[in-house]
Unconditional design. Structure first.
Length: 116
């Protein structure tokens, strides 16, 4: 079972998805839109998944890692000095997650959501 998922954000996520499908052979697994804007998408390549979304003012790439105990993980990250960008919260899609940045500013998100 995969626990680490790259997250790619595009200014035009629909065009980014089409490029990844046409140029690199990814397959659309799930695409969730709101008013024509891609909020979240999952593209398969073999047994791997890349998550894609619309980029606003957020970093163009990040990493999402599925964890079994997000509360303990969050406390460990805070204790180690991670910069918490999004507090630990329950999401409407069932995941409990948070986001943090490392000392170089890379975004990391951790939660219970596991794309299938």
């Amino acid at each position: 079972m995969t626990d680490i998922f790259p997250v790619i954000r595009y200014r035009d996520a629909q065009a980014g998805i089409e490029f990844l499908v046409n140029a690199f052979g990814f397959e659309k697994h799930a695409v969730y839109e709101d008013d024509g804007v891609v909020q979240h998408a999952e593209l398969r390549y073999g047994d791997g998944i890349v998550m894609v979304g619309q980029r606003e003012q957020i970093d163009p790439a990040a990493v999402y890692i599925a964890v079994d105990d997000p509360d303990a993980h969050y406390e460990r990250a805070k204790a180690a000095g991670a910069t918490i960008e999004r507090e630990l919260t329950d999401q409407e899609y069932g995941s409990r997650e948070y986001s943090a940045k490392d000392p170089e500013g890379h975004q990391w998100s951790f939660g219970t959501y596991r794309p299938s």
